[in-house]
Design a protein around this ligand. Sequence first.
Ligand SMILES: NC(=O)c1ccc[n+]([C@@H]2O[C@H](COP(=O)([O-])OP(=O)(O)OC[C@H]3O[C@@H](n4cnc5c(N)ncnc54)[C@H](OP(=O)(O)O)[C@@H]3O)[C@@H](O)[C@H]2O)c1
Length: 366
Amino acid sequence: MTTITTEAWVLPSTVRQPGRGTLIREEFRFGEITAQEVLATPIYGCLEGNMLHAIERDPIDICALRGEDAVVLGNAGVVRVERIGGEVDLVREGDLCLVFGNAVWDEHGYPIKIMAYDAPGTMGVLARTMKLNQRQLIPIPAGSPYTLPQWAAFSLRYISAWANWRVAYACWQSQMLGVPPEETIVCAWGGGVSFAQLTLARQLGCPAIMICSNTDRFELLRQAGIEAINRSQFDAEGFEQGVLDAIAERTGGRGVSIFVDNIGGPVHRITLKALARQGVVATCGWKAGMRTMVARAIECLQRHIHVHTHYARYSEGLDAVRFAVEQDWMPPHDDRVWSWEEIPTLIDEYARGNVASYFPIFAVNA
Ligand SMILES: NC(=O)c1ccc[n+]([C@@H]2O[C@H](COP(=O)([O-])OP(=O)(O)OC[C@H]3O[C@@H](n4cnc5c(N)ncnc54)[C@H](OP(=O)(O)O)[C@@H]3O)[C@@H](O)[C@H]2O)c1
């Protein structure tokens, strides 16, 4: 079988590098494309939480899980299709596409494993050339007025947000159909996925609140019509009560209708306390811890609905892209693009919380 060789930033297995991982720039080899696959040139990628979880080998060591020596990460980005397999009918050579990370799906299309993460044999955009299944690509609509970095930012976080919001809002309406959007208060903590969900809520007319610590983000939130609560104003001792009081003040004591919590761990308890009766807690992430404690009796008495989703099915990806173009629902354009050489620095800075952008973009072949 022919082998394709490319330059890549790879995450090596723990055998070669114990402890927290570091990306290594080296030649990476992979097999020729099959009938359903596409050879593609990644142009831009977007750094996101999964990549950091993989490098930190927390909660899982993906090389060990996949039984592979090295993995090329990167499941958010934009690529150009160079060559297609014999049965490919969703994309054509020359198409510009966004990466769609659902690699292994159930009989209803919902993801079980994610490309360039836990799906064996898959690779991501941290390579100068890559291959992927045609269903891991969504063509960028012709004549799109948005930049390729915006689509790279869209590819994972906005589609995750779209799919989670769809379920969360339907759950809210299942109990509170008569409540208009302007009385449906949506609050979030987290990063780019939560921001994207709040912008969806704003498009519907819901008041939106973001709890964040990075003051460089406040202007963006203001422009998006989202009220900010600066969580860094509270010390450890007064944190819970401080956040709850700030939310109570902004909701007139009614509490939050839909709370997007992609942080989990220590803050989940505050999320539940801040929810209104019949409130919905919506999550697809666990940035600060995947285990949570729930007082089931209280959750039942309050009629809280807990929504958990994981990325999206292909049809949701297509719907999200269509909605984005029709409703002008896009990530903000950011002038800062990190170079190929700067990728390890970007990852370190992002891990330390020093990157203000919700959507840090890096160039692969741009
Ligand atoms: N399952 C899926 O489909 C899916 C898809 C995408 C992402 N995810 C997961 O969702 C999580 C969030 O992803 P993301 O892309 O939205 O965020 P992100 O870009 O990784 O940023 C996380 C942000 O959360 C805030 N934060 C961090 N620790 C916090 C804490 N202890 N308390 C409160 N806020 C905290 C920080 O913002 P401030 O400093 O401004 O507060 C930080 O910048 C990650 O775990 C990611 O892997 C899952």
